[in-house]
Write a new protein. Structure first.
Length: 253
């Protein structure tokens, strides 16, 4: 384990050990053996998705209110006329400035960018924030997110039914009726974050302390939220500040 856990990792660590070097034929042989496992993993994922499509569903009150850019709207309107809805429930720390907002939700929710493919399948994607609309929408604007954003502050109990923010949920609309068909949380929300999938393909992986890596491999971050922060802020905020965007959420003073 790296003794600098929690600090910002350097862009290049010249001291990190290297994998063994072999000829291409040997490398391809070991890679092909791994491919067998990867293909089995893909097929199992397909089977799980097939089972997910066969789940029953539970009815949800379509009039549950959300606050969005058009003011108060019922849940059924969040579908924007489409048949299906996927919602990420974004945690919020009321009254806190941008650097102190949820680093995990910023990481996961901030990577859902291109919505046209969802729309082509009759699916709307939206964020339901735990916080009040004005300051949480200011955070959305600071990050430059384009998905519809709503405050679920006053309706969280009805929507979450004893669960917590950080949930990813799927809904189906049948006329004016609304049903919840699926939800997940914790590591299951990694489906939102292609950064993790790409890091998993690299030789050093995510560089987090829980990973099973060879001895001496760089592991800079514990799984405590710090893996989503750089120099005290959610990592995604720095490029926005460099671009001149204001992180004022109207929470000062």
């Amino acid at each position: 384990m790296n003794d600098k856990v929690g600090n910002t990792a350097p862009l290049a660590d010249a001291m990190a050990p290297l994998p063994p070097v072999v000829d291409r034929a040997s490398w391809e042989a070991q890679l092909e053996a791994l491919r067998v496992r990867e293909k089995a993993h893909t097929r199992e994922g397909d089977a799980i998705a097939a089972a997910r499509r066969r789940l029953p569903m539970v009815e949800v009150d379509p009039s549950i209110p959300l606050i969005g850019e058009r003011g108060r709207v019922p849940l059924v309107d969040v579908f924007e006329g489409r048949r299906q809805l996927v919602v990420y429930y974004h945690m919020w720390h009321n009254g806190k400035p941008a650097p102190e907002q949820c680093e995990g939700c910023t990481f996961f929710n901030g990577q859902v960018r291109e919505l046209s493919y969802l729309h082509s399948r009759n699916v709307t994607y939206a964020t339901f924030s735990e916080g009040p609309y004005a300051e949480s929408a200011a955070y959305r604007d600071f990050l430059g997110l384009e998905a519809p954003w709503y405050s679920a502050q006053e309706s969280a109990e009805a929507l979450l039914a004893g669960r917590w923010f950080g949930v990813l949920a799927a809904y189906l609309r049948d006329g004016g009726r609304v049903f919840e068909t699926y939800w997940n949380s914790w590591r299951a929300t990694e489906v939102m974050a292609p950064s993790y999938g790409l890091l998993d393909m690299t030789i050093y992986g995510r560089q987090e302390t829980w990973e099973d890596s060879p001895a001496g491999w760089p592991q800079w971050w514990q799984n405590d939220g710090g893996q989503f922060r750089t120099n005290g802020r959610p990592s995604a905020q720095w490029s926005r500040l460099a671009a001149g965007r204001s992180d004022d959420l109207g929470t000062a003073g």
